[in-house]
Design a protein. Structure first.
Length: 273
């Protein structure tokens, strides 16, 4: 059972990147920027400055590329599966870890496609070391609560350039090695949150191998099976402020109830008391 008394519920901390329409935004793959336009017809205008009775806008965006978003397995399947139906956990414990990616030439870890010069890898050893520290802390606290089901990964260095970063090629973003992804699955995390645009290499021949490992979808397949992890989610393009220490947090993962495989999201953290 989750003991909410262990956390400061009066001070929620968002780790979503605000999506600023008409301003510089984060972007993956160089897609069209998210936009919001005042709705106008001959009879209706959604802007009080122009004589309308209230303000309302028509929004255009690609959740997976325009900012903080949460995905379900429908992201990689033929079957239409919707993220708001998959996310069952309203509140959960989360580990926040910080890891520094290394150059591909410096690791023996592997990936689904050959690594290239300039690739930045989040390795198994980096994840394992960071997790062990928090697992030890969790044991010391002895909360009598279920082990954290969410893992939040902050990559280092962690500057505010991430709030507006353009990710246009594979070397512009770090990604997890196959071994690191397998370790995360072995630790039974249901939800992964990361400050990169993808768990995978941006251009990986369309394999999305880490997504498939996490959701238990066969390699190169777009079909679900009895082993597929339908209630697991991946949240990408977050930003974790530097003043948040690696620790155990209470996480409230908020999404829009869109019938889509992905939704803009707002992960909220609460510190331990």
């Amino acid at each position: 059972m989750l003991d909410l008394n262990l956390f400061n519920l009066d001070e929620p901390i968002s780790i979503a990147i605000p999506l600023r329409f008409g301003e510089i935004q984060p972007n993956a793959y160089g897609v069209e920027e998210a936009s919001a336009q005042t709705y106008k017809t001959e009879k209706i205008i959604g802007d009080t400055r122009l004589g309308g009775s209230c303000n309302f806008s028509q929004v255009k965006l690609i959740p997976q590329c325009n900012g903080t978003h949460t995905e379900c397995v429908g992201h990689i399947t033929h079957e239409r599966i919707y993220v708001h139906e998959c996310l069952k956990d309203a509140l959960m414990l989360a580990f926040l870890i910080s890891v520094e990616p290394i150059n591909a030439a410096e690791t023996t870890d592997s990936y689904a496609v050959p690594l290239e010069k300039g690739d930045k890898i989040i390795t198994k050893d980096k994840i394992k070391l960071a997790l062990e520290k928090l697992e030890e802390l969790f044991d010391q606290i002895n909360t009598n609560t279920k082990f954290p089901t969410a893992l939040i990964i902050r990559t280092l260095p962690n500057d505010k350039g991430k709030l507006t970063q353009k990710y246009v090629d594979s070397t512009s973003a770090a990604f997890l090695s196959t071994e690191a992804m397998n370790l995360i699955v072995q630790r039974n995390f249901n939800h992964i949150l990361i400050d990169t645009p993808s768990l995978d290499r941006l251009y990986d021949e369309g394999k999305l191998s880490n997504h498939r490992i996490f959701w238990q979808v066969e390699r190169d397949s777009c079909e679900i099976t009895k082993d597929t992890r339908l209630n697991h989610t991946i949240t990408e393009l977050i930003y974790v402020p530097n003043d948040l220490e690696d620790d155990i947090y209470l996480l409230n993962l908020q999404i829009a109830p869109f019938n889509l495989e992905s939704s803009p999201s707002r992960p909220i953290l609460f510190k331990r008391l």
